[in-house]
Structure formats: C-alpha cells, structure tokens
Design a binder for this molecule. Structure first.
Ligand code: HEM
Length: 300
C-alpha cells in the first residue's frame, strides 16, 4: 500500500488562476505605489504642456530621466539575447529562456533616444543632464539586474505596461499639445496630424508601435510568453521579481521627487540675477539716502 502510494504520481498543481500569475501578483503588490505615482504624474504633466509650457524643455527633462531606466534594462536584456551572445560562461537555462521572453518590437530604447534628442534640439539644449542622484539610482538598477537577471521580468512588466496603460493617456495629452509644440516650424510639418496615429510625432514616437494593431498584438505576445515562463521561476525568484517591481515603483516615485527638486533649483537660479539686482539696487539706494542724510559721506 505504502509502495503503491509512493508510485502514484502526485496530483499536478492546478493551472494558475489569473490572480496567481506573476504579473497579477506584481500588480497587487504595487497597487498602492501605482496609485501614488499616477497622481504625481497626472498632477505634473499639464505643467510641462501648453498652455503652461510653450516648448517641451521641461517635458524633455522628465522624459530623459525616465528614458534612462529603459536604456539600462533594455541594454541588459539585449545582452542576454541568445542570438547575440554565444552561450556565456555560467549562463543558466532560465537566463537563455529569459532572453527570448520579450518580443523585440517592445524595445523602446532607440525611439526614446531619438525622441529625447529631438526635444533637446527643440528646446535649444545640447542634452538633458543626469544628476548624481539619478546616476546612483541607475547604477543600482544595473547591478540588481546583473546579480539577478530574472528581475528583468519586473522591469519589462512594469515599464512596458506603463506604456500600454497610462502611456495611452499620456499620448493623448501629447497629441493635444499640437504639432507646433513638438516641431520648430509651424506649418512646416503639414500632414503630420494624420501621421500621429501611426508613428507619432518626433518627441513621443516611443508611445507608438509598428503595425496595424498599435502594439496590442505585441503586448498580447509578451503576456503569453510570460505566462509560459511563469512556471520556470523558483519561489525565491518569483519573490525577487515582485520585490524588484516594488523597488522600481519606489524609484519612479523618487525620480519624480528628484525632478521636482531640480526644477525648483532651476527656478531659483533663473531668478537669482534679478533678485541680486533688486537687492543691490535697494542697498545702494539705502546707502545713498543714509549718507546724504547723515552728511558723513561726500563723493568728492
Ligand atoms: C511611470 C509611471 C507608470 C508606471 C510604471 C505604470 C505601470 C503600470 C502597470 C505595471 C500596470 C498594470 C498593467 C496590466 O495589468 O495590464 C498599469 C496599469 C494601468 N495604469 Fe499605469 N503606470 C504608470 C503611470 C500611469 C499613469 C500616469 C496613468 C494615468 C492615466 C496610468 C493608468 C493606468 C491604468 C488606467 C491602468 C490599468 C489598470 C487596470 O487595468 O486595472 N498609469 N500601470
């Protein structure tokens, strides 16, 4: 009987219910942070668009900061790609599998680079600076991915789904800003409005996807591949992914706070010459008045 019991195959685990899939667990674990981040972005975005902003300089600063997260994790993902790397030393089967999880058409880096460059040109700056606080964050991300490549799933899920969910709303706000906001010469891009729906205007092409379905097919493919790979991760690795997703949301929130501080300092610096001028004028006026009244000072 005991032998019979041993030979009887243990019942296979039930198919994952929608709430037990890794993406669903990430969503549950990050819901609070998503709500906060959502609010932070929704509150700030209008300030970087018309009628508050006449050019996309401020927007470019924010976009450049978020784009660097894509550059870091996509570069790491590219490096894992088994087509590019001939069986790296120490590479595990799941790492090789990880490399194939992301449909190539999801990659946003090249579009983001072009968009940020375009905005910088439009705003009349060479590039958007990376502060030391941002650099430290990016270095930590790169290290985390290097140590635990499976956390790329967290980066991919959070950042690509951001493009497909909130990104659709953001895209509409960007489109509403009008071609003249995005391009230097008014009227110089005739017919661009029609193009907006297929490839986007220079400045926010990263929010558009190749093909008839505007990326919905690519998103579905990514979700399907993730679902297939779900069972490959150990319990510890799943937890790593969920923790990394939470950290990533925290980092995005921190990034908004860093940007807030940068913008505040820029405002203070830009007003500094005028403020110093006013103070100097007031001081001179006061001194002239004081010495002329006291008679203790004569110019000659
Ligand atoms: C960097 C900022 C953001 C990140 C990282 C982010 C990330 C995510 C993720 C991972 C999901 C889950 C997607 C899914 O389950 O299919 C999601 C859903 C969603 N996001 Fe965001 N998001 C961001 C900003 C925004 C903003 C600004 C909005 C505002 C409109 C927004 C609106 C939504 C909506 C409506 C959903 C769908 C919720 C649902 O299906 O229950 N997101 N976002």
């Amino acid at each position: 009987m005991a032998k019979e019991q041993l030979l009887t195959p243990s019942p296979s685990p039930p198919p994952p219910t929608p709430t037990s899939t890794l993406p669903a667990q990430i969503n549950v674990a990050t819901r609070k942070q998503h709500t906060l981040l959502n609010r932070l972005i929704i509150d700030r975005l209008p300030l970087a668009l018309p009628p508050y902003a006449s050019d996309p300089a401020l927007l470019g600063q924010g976009l450049a900061a978020f784009s660097r997260i894509f550059l870091v994790f996509e570069e790491a993902w590219d490096a894992l790609d088994s087509e590019n790397v001939v069986a790296r030393c120490g590479e595990t089967v799941s790492e090789r599998r990880l490399a194939t999880l992301r449909p190539k058409a999801l990659r946003r880096s090249s579009r983001l680079k072009v968009d940020v460059e375009h905005i910088a040109q439009r705003a009349g700056v060479k590039s958007f600076a990376t502060t030391s606080a941002q650099l430290a964050m990016l270095e930590r991300m790169a290290l985390e991915i290097q140590l635990k490549p499976h956390v790329l799933i967290a980066y991919g899920w959070v950042m690509y789904m951001a493009i497909f969910s909130g990104g659709r709303w953001i895209r509409q706000q960007f489109t509403n800003a009008g071609t003249e906001f995005w391009t230097p010469q008014p009227g110089g891009m005739q017919g661009e409005q029609e193009k907006v729906h297929s490839s986007g205007l220079p400045g926010f092409t990263f929010l558009f996807f190749e093909g008839e379905q505007d990326g919905e097919d690519i998103k579905a493919e990514f979700k399907a591949r993730l679902a297939e790979a779900d069972s490959l991760l150990t319990q510890d690795q799943r937890q790593d992914v969920i923790d990394a997703a939470q950290r990533l949301f925290e980092d995005c929130i921190a990034l908004v706070e860093i940007l807030d501080r940068e913008v505040l300092w820029q405002k203070i610096w830009s007003k500094l010459p005028a403020t110093i001028g006013c103070i100097a004028m007031a001081l001179v006026t006061f001194l002239l008045y004081y010495f002329s009244r006291s008679g203790s000072w004569t110019p000659y």
